[in-house]
Design a protein around this ligand. Structure first.
Ligand code: AMP
Ligand code: MG
Length: 504
């Protein structure tokens, strides 16, 4: 037990067992700015994520004690934690920014789960740091609710992501386009190292600290590669694979990140930094969820390509670790980077086949997929279509419930004919196919309007009940939850007026 808890502060039972190990804080000074959180006024617990809490031994009873909010809102020093803002750089909308960093977030330190894995505990919205660039260091309730919900929604979908332990609301006002309530999240992830963390040292020419960061990764996140002959090349390859799979998973559920800058790309291939993200309602190849992204750089269609761009940025930053001879290093990372498209298309094809209920592989499967998306363009709800496709019966020629939504009906009917033929060729069984399709085609996703409804309740009435409701619903997005049928419909008309920008 640490000294602060021993010294007689009122204490929260299980917080005692949170032993911080603070690996990152042991790195040299240029890696971070050590600073305490700025207490959030009128902080109170809006929601506690008991499922994630259980991972580190925290229960709702612990969270209900007043000390819990004090510790996680900056009112009281967290025993054993060494809060710090991590430095990083990044390519933002294609342009290199040599210094960014946690401008409104703080890494408290790392705690171990029962399996021995280390988890970063990270405050978001915790006040200014050296990297705040004149901004207030706060997060608004609106975007904190969205991040809190989406972390659980992604996790429920089986997509790697950061998650949040709790949402803390406040009486503090924050100025964005309007005055809004501020809030904080306690974010957890096995790493908050970003592509931009490595870019920061590389572009400063600080190869010594770049190597220290590399060693840090090989001792922690990538310890399984430590003894390889070319560990940094293997590390790069693993990041490529994880990233390719992540993006294929995003594409498979119609998720758009919105700000795929290299500072928002996780070294572990996690979905990181939820801003103006969205799950598409109606399918659109060129869907842009970020209202500030005028060029559509991060549109749905371009996400795979943008991940490749970010991996190329990472490749550059890794060069000094790969080989002393720069030319040799370049050719080695080029070779690995070229694997990206293969990794992506393997992962993408596997998802496509699963979504369509195919067990066997045929070379024309991708053609069938592409044709379907062309037909759905601008008209058909992405999530509902696939969920309902799973109910198709090969023996009875019933129509897909969304057939009337397609503009080109004869082309869609032809598609359905070919789809049925394809299933018959592999002797697909209705019941088995339905079961397996329902395990990959979610019934419930976090539609923008759902998050918006939870936000309005919270902002207008201090009522956080919808957040907890959605949290539970979205944790099991593939199961039928009969009492929540209204959440498995297409978005209401008013949802179209929701605009998401980078402001958060
Ligand atoms: P984001 O677009 O949220 O990834 O943020 C880009 C950079 O701006 C990050 O380094 C953030 O820490 C910083 N940032 C965003 N909002 C704020 C804020 N309200 N106060 C201070 N820094 C911020
Ligand atoms: Mg960010």
């Amino acid at each position: 037990m640490n000294s602060i808890l021993k010294s007689g502060h009122s204490r929260v039972a299980s917080l005692e067992s949170l032993t911080f190990e603070n690996r990152y804080a042991k790195l040299p000074a240029p890696f971070f700015h050590g600073v305490s959180p700025t207490p959030l006024k009128g902080a109170h617990l809006a929601s506690f994520n008991a499922e994630l809490g259980a991972l580190v031994g925290l229960t709702i009873e612990d969270a209900s004690q007043s000390g819990f909010v004090d510790y996680f809102s900056g009112a009281r020093d967290m025993p054993g934690a060494e809060p710090l803002a991590m430095v990083y750089a990044g390519h933002q909308f294609g342009h290199f920014v040599p210094q960014l960093g946690d401008g409104r977030a703080l890494l408290l330190g790392q705690v171990r789960d029962e399996q021995g894995a280390l988890w970063d505990m990270h405050l978001k919205g915790s006040g200014p740091t050296r990297f705040s660039r004149g901004s207030d260091g706060r997060a608004v309730l609106r975007s904190s609710i969205r991040e809190y919900l989406c972390g659980e929604a992604m996790s429920g979908l089986g997509i790697p992501t950061t998650r949040a332990l709790c949402l803390i609301a406040s009486s503090e006002s924050v100025l964005r386009e309007r005055v809004e309530p501020g809030a904080m999240l306690v974010r957890m992830a096995q790493s908050h190292v970003r592509f931009g963390s490595l870019e920061y040292f590389y572009h400063r020419g600080d190869h010594e600290n770049l190597r220290k960061l590399g060693e840090y990764l090989l001792q922690g996140e990538f310890a399984h590669l430590r003894d390889k002959e070319a560990p940094y090349l293997e590390l790069f390859d693993e990041v490529i694979r994880r990233t390719a799979k992540l993006i294929a998973q995003w594409q498979g559920v119609g998720f758009c990140h919105g700000v795929m800058n290299s500072d928002n790309m996780s070294i572990l291939g996690l979905t990181l930094d939820y801003g103006p993200f969205a799950f598409m309602d109606t399918f659109e190849h060129d869907y842009i969820c970020n209202h500030s992204d005028h060029q559509g750089r991060y549109s749905y269609r371009r996400q795979p390509e943008m991940a490749h761009f970010n991996l190329a940025c990472l490749a550059t930053a890794l060069l000094p670790l790969i080989d002393d001879d720069n030319e040799v290093a370049i050719s080695l990372v080029r070779e690995r980077l070229a694997n990206y498209w293969g990794y992506f298309s393997d992962a993408h094809l596997a998802i496509v086949r699963a979504k369509l209920g195919f067990l066997q592989q045929e070379s024309e499967d991708i053609g069938l997929w592409d044709e379907l998306l062309l037909l759905m363009e601008g008209k058909v709800d992405f999530t509902l279509f696939f969920r309902q496709l799973g109910a198709l019966s090969l023996s009875s020629p019933t129509h897909h419930p969304l057939r009337s939504e397609f503009i080109d009906l004869s082309r869609f009917d032809l598609w359905m004919y070919e789809y049925r033929q394809r299933l018959q060729r592999e002797h697909s069984c209705d019941a088995d196919r339905r079961k397996s399709m329902n395990e990959v085609n979610p019934k419930y996703i976090l539609r923008n309007y759902m998050a918006e409804a939870a936000i309005r309740k919270a902002e207008d009435n201090g009522d956080y009940s919808e957040i907890d409701y959605l949290l539970n619903l979205l944790r099991t997005p593939f199961s039928e939850q009969s009492e929540s049928e209204q959440y498995a419909q297409s978005a209401p008309a008013w949802a179209q007026s929701i605009q998401l920008s980078c402001s958060s």
